[in-house]
Design a protein around this ligand. Sequence first.
Ligand code: 13P
Length: 252
Amino acid sequence: MQKPLIAGNWKMHTTVHEGAELVLKLREFIKSTDSIDVVLAPPFTSIQHISHLVADSGIELAGQNVFWKEDGAYTGEISAQMLRAIGCSYVIIGHSERRALFGDTDDRVNKKAHAAVKAGLKPIICVGETLEEKEAGRTLSKVKGQIMRALAGLKTGSLRELTIAYEPIWAIGTGQSATPETAEEVHNSIRELLYEDYDTSAAKKIRIIYGGSVKADNIDSLMAMPNIDGALVGGASLKAEDFARIVQFESA
Ligand code: 13P
């Protein structure tokens, strides 16, 4: 089994100075990263500076997005190689905000996943259903379809470095997290899908993390579930004390 992964997605928050302050506070509060992978996804403009501040801390960095081409005339875009060069080891792909607001289709998510793997970045692929889809009983079909299309053509070997983030859209930024039981049910189905499609040892190593209103006061019960391998945290990752508490969750 892989270590649990707790990632903070800062979204479009923090200037480079604010980000630096946050990281320095976090380093004070987080006592050890020996038994957990801790990843921060600051805005692009802060990543390089923060990479110096997390050196020797065990904290790793992620891009919040990536373009699939290596370089070229693509104004405003950032390649996987560029992210690697400034100290990222992970990249978030297909976040629901990018899917809803910036045209990230399943096909684009798949291209980005291939580009990330090729450059040696570990993809964190986000999937999740809307409230309407949940109420219509379409959660599993939505999530499974997104995963199959995101992973199309990726070799089993590269899947070991993969994380799936289940982020129900209705739970993001609403304060209304999925219950541990509901999240576990979806994670368990995702695990079964991975076992069906990939060899057992590869499927076992893929982490399935939960995102959507993860807070200091619900992380312990979420992490007590057998198929919840970590969390992707938005709002609470911007408060050093809260994020440190989430990282240092109490296992059952
Ligand atoms: P919140 O934790 O603010 O609900 O955001 C979740 C998220 O979108 C992480 O990627």
